[in-house]
Design a protein around this ligand. Sequence first.
Ligand code: FES
Length: 97
Amino acid sequence: MLELKTRKTQKTIEPVTGLTILDHALKEDVDWGFSCTRGTCARCRCFVASGRELLSLPSEEEEDRLEPEELEQGYRLACQCVVMQSGPISVTHKPYF
Ligand code: FES
């Protein structure tokens, strides 16, 4: 199960391996702010509350855009992190502003 949360919405869907978190949000019409889809604007920033081990490792773009502490705490860029394995995942949209 993949739980997607934003300020306005909460939706639980079946995760599809190979798709990013942002892909899932868009596919399911979840109002998930984003802009570049290339890992530079950080508008899609999110917090992974559970299932971190089921996602791809941080991309180079995420390493560049996010602080090491943020990555350590579980913050990711939704356009960069890909679901690698099915399982319980919970992600909350957490843009800077
Ligand atoms: S959409 Fe710009 S960093 Fe993800």
